[in-house]
Design a protein around this ligand. Sequence first.
Ligand SMILES: [Fe+2]
Length: 142
Amino acid sequence: MKKLDIMRQLVADLALLNTKFHNLHWNVKGPRFVPVHEALEDMYDEFFAQYDEVAERMRMLGSYAPAALKDYLSLSQFSELPEKDYDVKEVVEIVHETYTTLKATVQELRDASGDDAVTAALCDDLEGAYDKRIWFAAQQLK
Ligand SMILES: [Fe+2]
């Protein structure tokens, strides 16, 4: 995909994930409820900040960022989840899979950035943040 198409998808992904991770934050259950509930809040706060950051970078590049919820559903590579109870292990697996997908997306975006060093640097920052979340989740799944 071209740079701006990947960015459109990423804005939609981050918006959808903000909602999806609220769902997990509200509905995770089990003996490790409190730390997982709190970690999910950190994650959706990060998604919300990154959502704005990627959208504003699109504006700097002269492009509009997608700004409608209905467009996020069609543009995002992620799916929403039903509201129900989720076990901690199930949540950690979703977290691991989500960040692995996001990491691949920002790697693709960096590769598509060409001589746009600012977007490439943004991808580096995002990849570092995603790597840390992947490590946290992988350690919990051992
Ligand atoms: Fe909350």
